[in-house]
Every structure is written in C-alpha cells, then in structure tokens.
Design a protein around this ligand. Structure first.
Ligand code: SAM
Length: 308
C-alpha cells in the first residue's frame, strides 16, 4: 500500500514534501525521517527512542537472565507471561509462539480469556465486512492485526506511539512474511500524520484503554476516519478500580459513547460480554503485576464500539 498521498504534517496539518528519503514540512520546518525502517511522525519522541535497543528489561540483565533461563515449569504464571513478552521483544518469535497462548492461563481468569477471544473474533468479523483503507491504531504486539492479516488478504496501516514495540512488530511481521502488507507509522493517536477522511475504518483492540485522554484522540480519529470499530474493555460506573485511571471516559461504556458523540461520532455498542476478573498475580522475579488494573476483583465488560 502506498500511503504517501494521504500523509500530512501531524503538527500543522499541511502537505509534506518528499526529501532526504523522508518527509519535509515547509510550513513548520520539520523533517520526518525513516528510522530503523519505520516512519517516525512523533512530535516529541526522543525519550522513547532513547530506550530502543536496551532490551525488554531496560538493562536489568540479571533479572532478564533469570526470566529467560529458569526452567519454564519453575516460573510463576506471571513470569511465564512476562517471559513470552520478553522473547517477543528480543525477536525470538519461535520460542514466543511456543509459550504465548499457554502463558495466559493462570494469569487471567478463564472468563477473561474466553471473553477476550470472543471479542477479538467479533471485532475481526465486523472489520472483514468493511471496504477501503483500514488502520489499526495502538497496534502494540499486534494481537488484532495478526488476526486481521491471517483472516483477510488485504493490506493495513498500523500506528503506535512506541518506537520499541513498533520495531519489534516490524521484525515479527517479517518473521510471518506479512511485512509487505503493513505500513507502520510511529505516531500519537492525538496527532496523526494523515489527511482528513483519508481512512475508511480505524480499528483498535484495547488501544483506548491504554491512552490518557479521550477528547483529543476522539477528535483526531473523527477528522481522519469515516468509521471506528474498537474492541474496548469497560467497567461499571461505580467500580473502585476507576480510582486508578486518568480519564474515566475511556473506561466506562456510556461515558465513552457520550465523549465520542460530543465530537460528532454516532456510536453503538455491540457484542457485549461480561467477565469476572481478578488482579493479575505478582511476578516473583520482577515484583510487578502484568496489568495495572484491576487492583481489586471486579467485572469487565468486553464490547465492540462501532461509530460513524
Ligand atoms: C495493550 S496495547 C494494545 C494491544 C493491541 N491493540 C493488540 O491488538 O494486541 C496498547 C498500545 O497502545 C499504544 N499507545 C498508547 N498510547 C498511544 C497513543 N497516544 N497513540 C498511539 N498508540 C498509543 C501503546 O504504545 C501500546 O502499544
């Protein structure tokens, strides 16, 4: 897929010129370059690029060695999951694929894993019915993108704010021979380097629940896209766990819908599934929990939000 014709400056929204194998904005005098094979459209991403190459554990070699070298059966459930993630970030995709699926058991409740799988399938079914250019937002390790690539023959645009995960994703896509079907952009969802209504569908899986503020992102995706198909995980309005999020609109279904409608979207919630969930268990090696929330047991609502 050629994206050059739909790109624009993410800062001042004017057209870009091709220069020095990258893109140049005459108006704000910015150069957007290809770094390590990916187009970097971040407006302030130097701190994130500084982390690239330091490994998944950001230089904590002893812990990384324990995580990767301890026999799998001796690792706690969370350490198995973290090992799978570490293998992905190291580019050891064969080993990653051997343990990834199994490592979810013991960390998440059966209800959670079941609802997540069904929600992914529902979201993929909805996206398969769409025509035109599809952009997967906040692709991360590419859970949704992989399913879209394996169940369709189309090309995709992928956007994520993290250079580290974008680079590992590029390697993973090469490993699966999918790299020629995905154009990856490193960009902030609130400042997309894309022209007005240049995208037919923006899709995302649990992308919004990892962002900080709803309004700037909802406005920006409204400017860029005709439609939105988003797998979301919501909580009830009175949930104690909401004390640990910044913008409740990204975590409560009717607030999410209202916030979308405030900026011009018309939204519906589809295929809602409720699942009892527990805080993810603590890693014995790293001392952290894989997920920040829930902090106390609760019920998550898995929903696909469709907006036009
Ligand atoms: C949980 S992951 C999403 C999972 C992924 N969609 C999947 O299908 O497996 C969350 C991702 O959101 C990305 N992210 C967070 N804030 C963002 C933003 N403002 N713009 C773009 N990506 C963002 C993070 O870098 C991370 O990779």
């Amino acid at each position: 897929m050629k994206v050059e014709s739909i790109l624009q400056c993410p800062s001042c929204e004017t057209s870009l010129k091709i220069r020095n194998q990258g893109f140049f904005c005459d108006k704000c005098d910015r150069q957007y370059s290809k770094r390590a094979g990916l187009y970097d459209f971040l407006l302030s991403g130097e701190d994130q690029w500084a982390r690239v190459g330091k490994g998944f554990m950001n230089g904590q070699e002893e812990m990384e060695r324990r995580l990767l070298e301890t026999p799998l059966e001796e690792l706690s459930p969370s350490d198995r999951l973290i090992r799978a993630v570490a293998l992905w970030f190291k580019g050891d995709f064969e080993e990653y694929e051997k343990i990834a699926k199994e490592s979810l058991k013991g960390v998440y409740t059966d209800e959670y894993n079941d609802a997540m799988k069904k929600s992914f399938d529902n979201t993929v079914d909805l996206v398969r019915q769409e025509e035109g250019i599809v952009l997967d937002l906040a692709t991360g390790m590419g859970g949704l993108l992989q399913k879209l690539l394996s169940s369709t023959e189309r090309d995709f645009i992928s956007v994520d704010i993290s250079p580290t995960s974008s680079l590992s994703l590029l390697q993973y896509l090469r490993f699966r021979n999918w790299d020629n079907r995905v154009v990856q952009l490193i960009a902030d969802a609130a400042h997309l380097p894309l022209r007005d209504k240049s995208i037919d569908v923006i899709t995302t899986a649990v992308g919004f629940q990892n962002m900080q503020d709803a309004e700037p992102v909802f406005k920006e995706i409204r400017r860029v896209s005709r439609k939105l198909v988003a797998l979301c995980i919501f909580m009830d309005k009175g949930d104690t766990n909401l004390a640990f999020v910044k913008d409740k609109s990204l975590h409560v279904a009717d607030l999410f819908k209202k916030e979308l409608e405030k900026v011009g979207w018309s939204a519906s919630l589809e295929n809602t599934l409720r699942a009892c969930v527990e805080p993810t268990p603590q890693s014995e090696i790293l001392g952290i929990r894989p997920d920040r929330i829930p902090v106390v047991p609760t019920v998550f609502e898995f929903t696909t939000v469709v907006a036009e």
